[in-house]
Structure formats: structure tokens, C-alpha cells
Write a protein that binds this ligand. Sequence first.
Ligand SMILES: Cc1cc2nc3c(=O)[nH]c(=O)nc-3n(C[C@H](O)[C@H](O)[C@H](O)COP(=O)(O)OP(=O)(O)OC[C@H]3O[C@@H](n4cnc5c(N)ncnc54)[C@H](O)[C@@H]3O)c2cc1C
Length: 361
Amino acid sequence: MYPDYIIIGAGVIGLATAYELALAGASVTVVERGNAGSESSWAGSGILSVLPPWEYGDQVNALTQWSLELYPEWVERIRTESGFDPEYHVDGMLVMQQHDPKYDATKAQQWCQRYGVQMAQVSVRDIVPNAGLDSEAVWLPEVAQARNPCLLKALRGAVEKQGVRIIEQAEVTGFEVENGRMTSLQSSQGRLTAGNYIVTAGAWSSVMLGDLALQLRIKPIRGQIQLFKADPGLLGCVIRQDGIYLVPRHDGHILVGSTREDVGFDKSTTPEARTLFIERATEILPQLKEAELVRQWSGLRPGSPDNIPAIGRHPQVDNLYINSGHFRYGLTMAPASALLLGNILANRSQPIDINPYRWPQ
Ligand SMILES: Cc1cc2nc3c(=O)[nH]c(=O)nc-3n(C[C@H](O)[C@H](O)[C@H](O)COP(=O)(O)OP(=O)(O)OC[C@H]3O[C@@H](n4cnc5c(N)ncnc54)[C@H](O)[C@@H]3O)c2cc1C
């Protein structure tokens, strides 16, 4: 007997989708080229917010705000089911935009009012007393973060608890389509068959689909991160200044990110990024000069036009679906994206307009 669904790609989107479908009673297999949760979803910073939200359109914010409503319960459920702590914490985010010509305080205020998001205009040192610069900033106390590897471990555990089969080291290399339906896919571990197929292959989604991608335009956008180890408590919240952010984990690690580079599928790191991160991070938080430089890494975001993911059915192949292209905000959007696709598959009503996420023809 073959499963109801095969999901291709075990990042946060593939695993969240598998979880949603399995909870609804479906049988699900996830096929992953490498190890589950080891690409972009592992490499990200774990900020559960758009950066900053008032600079993005409604299509990004509708999905994100819905996801953020789902997050506390979703994350608690995967924690309980898996027994692993995703390290989800509501620490707040401080946004310093004083050098950004696009910054408009009224726009930020209006956005927060519209979405019912708490905000305050503060001085940086009101919130981060040891900051290197003091200026006006926007304080968003409700912004949460999750620690990527921990979240993925918990999500995988919860997914497996629901009976989902995860096949690792299995690269999908082709598809068979007959009379408008997908009949099987080829993988490095042989041919696999299911009732329905869902592409969640992140930055690789368009390339993997080949002609079936139609007008889908998902491409890799590299992001580099620098990891510091400082004393726990040195920084208590996420802080973002003119495109660079610091994300403190509770054990004293601080992530500094990130670049946005259009360099294809190249995951190397560069000395230029390292220098930039050290300079900017120590300017924002001078005590980082004494911190240990632990590691630098990069990941490939699934870049999409305007940061809007594609979620839904293929225009020509009845049983082929996509949930991909979440670009900079896949960790944030994961619970709502999975539920949105689950609602489509179960023919349920949707709380937001789903037209912006349709597969482009
Ligand atoms: C530096 C950086 C910082 C980020 N910071 C944040 C943040 O703070 N907040 C936020 O919300 N988001 C952030 N993101 C974005 C977020 O990480 C991504 O949007 C999200 O991880 C995308 O998830 P995904 O599951 O689609 O992709 P991935 O995690 O890349 O998963 C796709 C999976 O598909 C597999 N795959 C590909 N091709 C095949 C194939 N042919 N066969 C089988 N499997 C295949 C891959 O191996 C991979 O495991 C950041 C990303 C980066 C790189």
C-alpha cells in the first residue's frame, strides 16, 4: 500500500507539512536528499518576525501574523510530543533604523496598530543598557525566537511520533506524469509512489521540478552567519541595526547575521562577511570584543519574488502540490503555511486570502 502523500524535502516546511497532514490522519512519507533539517532551516537565525514587518506587503504579513498566532500552541505541542525543547522564547526585538533612509516612524506605528502588535518608541539604552550606540529605536516586546537545530529536532520527533516515515539520503531525480496526474517519482533509492506529491525542497524546488516548475521562480539566496560565545545575559533581546541583527541564545551564544547574496548553490563563507559581522556587531555591543568567535556558516534561502511563497496545487498536474519559496521567513511562516496547504487538501475554509500564494502559471 502506498502512502497518501510523499513530501519532497525535510526542512522546516516539509516537516511542518508532514506534521499537519499526519495529525489529520493521512499516511505520509518524507523523502530527503541529505539529513532531515540540515539546510536553510538549520542555518537560519530563528527570529520569529519579519524584519521589520512594516516594510513588507500584506501577502507576507497576512501569512506571518497568522503563523505567529499559531506558534505558541504549535511549539508547545511538538515539545510535548517529542520530549525535545525547541528553545522558543519571547525576548522581544529592538529595531534601530536611524541610518535607514526608508525608515518612517509613522508607518511603523500605523502597522503595529493595524495588526494589534505592541510597540514602543524608546532609546536603545532603555532596553540594552550596554549598547554601543544610543539612539531612537522601536521596541517590539512580543517578538519571539526559536533555536533552529532544537526546533528541527523537536519537530522531527513529533512528526515521527505521528507515524510519518522519513527516508534520508534519497535524492528525488525525476517524475512520471500521465494524463495530468503524477504516477511516481524517481529517487536515488528507487521509484516511489503515493496518492499525492508535495514539493518542499526549499531553494532547490524550481530546479528539481524542471519543466513542471512552469513560472515558479525560486532561487537560492545565500545568507551567512557568525556565531559568538559570550557570557549568558550579555544581551537579552534580538537587536537589529540597519540590516545587521544580533540574536542571543540563552546559553550565551550570539548569532550575528546575515548577508543576502545571489551566488547560486554556493554555500561557502567569505572573509568579507566575517569582517563585516565583527565590525558591526562590536559597534552595536562593544563587549563582544571579548567574546569567543566560534563559527561562521551559510545557508541557501529559497528566494522568491517579493518574499511570497508558493502554496497550493499545480495548475496542470492534479495531485502535485507545493509549499516552498519562503525566502527570509520560512521558520516564521511554517505553521501557517502547513495549515494553509492542509486546508486546501481537506477543502476547508481559509482565514486569509490564498490567491497570492497560488502556483504561478
Ligand atoms: C542565514 C539565514 C538566516 C535566516 N533567518 C531566518 C529567521 O530569522 N527567521 C525566519 O523565519 N527565517 C529565516 N531564514 C529563512 C528560513 O531559514 C527559510 O525560509 C526556511 O528554512 C526554508 O525552509 P525549507 O524547508 O523550505 O528549506 P530547507 O530547510 O532548505 O529544506 C529543503 C530541503 O529539501 C531537500 N531537498 C532539496 N532537493 C531535494 C531533492 N531533489 N530530493 C530530496 N530532497 C531535496 C534539501 O536537502 C533540504 O533539506 C534564514 C535563512 C538563512 C539562510
